[in-house]
Write a protein that binds this ligand. Sequence first.
Ligand SMILES: NC(=O)C1=CN([C@@H]2O[C@H](COP(=O)(O)OP(=O)(O)OC[C@H]3O[C@@H](n4cnc5c(N)ncnc54)[C@H](OP(=O)(O)O)[C@@H]3O)[C@@H](O)[C@H]2O)C=CC1
Ligand SMILES: O=C1O[C@H](COP(=O)(O)O)[C@@H](O)[C@H](O)[C@H]1O
Length: 497
Amino acid sequence: MESMTFVLFGATGDLAKRKIFPALYNLYLEGKLPSTFSVIGLGRRELSHETFQSNVERSIMEFSRRQATPSPELTSFLSAFRYHPLDVTRPEDYRTLLQLVQERESELGIPDNRMFYLSVAPDLFDLIASNIKASGLGSTRGWKRLVIEKPFGHDLASARELNEKLSKSFEEDEVYRIDHYLGKTMVQNLETFVLANPVIQAVWNKEHIANIQITASETVGVEERAGYYDQSGAIRDMIQNHMLQMLMMTAMHQPTQISAATIRAQKKQIMENLRPVPRAEVAKNVVRGQYAAGSIQGKAVPAYLDEPGIEAASRNDTFVAARLWIDDEKWKGVPFYIRTGKRLAAKSTRIVVEFKNPTEHLYAHRNEQTSPNLLVIEINPNEKISFLLNGKNVLNEGVLDEVRMDSQGDKKQLPEAYERLIYDALQGDSTFFAHWNEVELSWQWVQPILDAFAANEVPLHTYEAGSNGPEASERLLKEEGFEWLLDPVPSKSLQMA
Ligand SMILES: NC(=O)C1=CN([C@@H]2O[C@H](COP(=O)(O)OP(=O)(O)OC[C@H]3O[C@@H](n4cnc5c(N)ncnc54)[C@H](OP(=O)(O)O)[C@@H]3O)[C@@H](O)[C@H]2O)C=CC1
Ligand SMILES: O=C1O[C@H](COP(=O)(O)O)[C@@H](O)[C@H](O)[C@H]1O
């Protein structure tokens, strides 16, 4: 990998501490950083290089997935870090930053490959990008890349405006939009599991699949992010990005070969064929909810409206479920259901594929009925794939029973999403970053829902914290004769592998 400078805006912030420094450290231990590299941390506060290095060390001690203890390796890793106080609104601060970046490049004898990572509030993205250009930081003979966090815009118009502004300083292929769900092991695995297995490909279509359910449920509430979340809700926080990205990864068609460009083209096609939900039909296809007080794992928790920092009369959504249709030849007639919410019964991100069941009545003469085959892709907190099949329970007079075949990785050994994504960005591999096309099409799909929510055209159901969300979300599936498969992996079933 080519040597480079990693310029981190927001190096004194929460994300840097919890995710970015630990990710860089683990990449370093695995030999996945260039042999020589420079990291320049930025923030408004005044810090010496030494204090910054100690802060980085503390964050690694606390948050790294590999236990870190003082060692020559850690010392050598930290020696690459420098700090520069910078206010992103002051153009002169970028000029002094450029001097430091160049000094380090010549000290280390490395080319001017520069990665600008914006771990700051999104309203600063365009200003920073234009200052990078104006100051000359972006005029490199090597490569330059811009990594940005979500959210990318607040609605379709603001996302387009932001993209327009960024494109004045960076080309689309230089922009890496992080969606951390695309860094998750099982989401990345979808590409190979679905596209590279002929057995799966053969049944990955409307002939064999009855419905697909994508869930990201959380037990946490709004936490410390009331200011942001009360303006965003589940629709912007999860549906527009993570949930639609998981939908694209699940539904994309097999390209002739796998590359960033072909995967992106397939994902874009899914979004183009995703049936729009006109504003007048939002209430029929989308259910929104807000949590009331309740209890999570035996602990009483307050209602959303009683959380610190939330407006007393807020009509913000903390739960959204929706029914989607992809109008192409592969998926015509197959409903996709998505569902996400805070303060639900379990932390669980999963994709459940329910297959059609033409063998249902095969054992009718014995008053038995087969169950539909299910494929369960667990993404978080477990990472595994299970197949639920019909089997014969030889210990119980051969009656039909569910048989589970599953795979399980050793979670501790797996890199974190941020490790994967930073590594990919350093290599210039944009497969698992959100392309502007995908972001724009996602906002386009979501916009009528935002409008209908804002105009209160969709009922806001309350649900008890610790429940499975509003009962109204059952209706979405009942209309096609299905139900949510919330915990479809039976613990008692026979394990075959
Ligand atoms: N934290 C998380 O878990 C997640 C965060 N994100 C996104 O990551 C980004 C960063 O979030 P997070 O770390 O939580 O935010 P924090 O509020 O913890 O950190 C903000 C950072 O921005 C810096 N900053 C703010 N204003 C300026 C300025 N005018 N000039 C220079 N630096 C400035 C602060 O430095 P200083 O105070 O020293 O000026 C600080 O380092 C956001 O886009 C957020 O949406 C996305 C997913 C998860
Ligand atoms: O991006 C976000 O994701 C988290 C959930 O992420 P996970 O990796 O724990 O599934 C969510 O809590 C947060 O509100 C949202 O901004």
